[in-house]
Design a protein around this ligand. Structure first.
Ligand code: SAH
Length: 243
């Protein structure tokens, strides 16, 4: 089922009430896979109470120690941010994100929607893991929504896309090779950085924005497993020549 391919990730949620509210928001819209990265307090009675009839989603929530574990296997990652363009990255509103999330999941891809801490949102290095950023176009006088409310809006848009008769987005075209999951992308970036340092292109003392720009490039296009293997092969050969 399409919904089973979609997971909601909460990074370091502080308030158990929000975790419960998120479980309910998800279940109301037909989503059930909740992943918690180091929640401050879990399980907690307040979460259970706020989840109401979504206690099953709450109890089934997977608890992990790092965001990397939370997005393992994900081939399309959407990071949500209250502030517009904290770092320049492809960004779309919740409606457009909902459509893309649904259409990728319907195509059999693993999708993660990542939400940040109540006080600080997502850190830059967390946002850099994402293919796309989502900003709910709130009023500039107070742009930051309550965490569970933000999750509600995203889940609603995913549901609307699922209910819609839309034929999906243009990115939908059948692809012959699966897209690379997050952990393979992480290894690729490590390999790339290592090689760029070895050939003297990247100065570790003055890295500037190089790795961020390269991540943005590759995350924007999304690499399939074949393309990733070609690039890894080029890197290995480059390292070999260097030696
Ligand atoms: N002070 C924090 C606000 C975090 S709100 C900041 O400025 O980043 C907690 C989380 O709710 C955010 O990390 C994001 O996942 C989600 N959220 C809140 N408002 C949002 C908005 N307008 N668009 C998208 N996500 C939002």
């Amino acid at each position: 089922m399409t919904e089973d391919n979609i997971r909601v990730v909460l990074v370091h949620p502080t308030h158990p009430g929000n975790i419960g509210g998120v479980a309910r928001a998800m279940k109301n819209m037909g989503l059930t896979r909740l992943v918690l990265v180091e929640p401050r307090e879990h399980p907690a009675p307040e979460a259970r109470w706020r989840a109401a009839s979504a206690g099953d989603v709450l109890e089934a929530a997977q608890v992990v120690a790092t965001i990397e574990e939370a997005v393992a296997g994900a081939q399309f990652i959407v990071g949500t941010s209250a502030r517009e363009r904290r770092i320049p990255w492809p960004v779309q509103d919740a409606r457009r994100c909902g459509e893309r999330i649904h259409s990728h999941a319907r195509g059999g891809e693993q999708v993660a929607i990542v939400f940040g801490r109540e006080d600080r949102g997502l850190l830059n290095e967390e946002l850099e893991l994402c293919n796309l950023h989502c900003h709910i176009p709130s009023h500039e006088a107070y742009p930051s929504l309550n965490l569970a409310m933000a999750v509600q809006i995203l889940c609603y848009e995913v549901r609307m896309a699922a209910l819609g008769t839309s034929e999906g987005t243009e990115e939908d075209a059948v692809w012959d090779t699966p897209f690379a999951p997050a952990e393979d992308m992480a290894r690729f970036y490590q390999h790339l950085e290592e090689t760029l340092v070895q050939i003297g292109f990247l100065d570790p003392q003055a890295p500037r924005q190089l790795m961020r720009r390269l991540k943005r490039l590759y995350n924007r296009v999304r690499l399939d497993e074949m393309e990733l293997n070609i690039l890894r092969g080029i890197l290995s050969e480059t390292q070999k020549q260097r030696r």
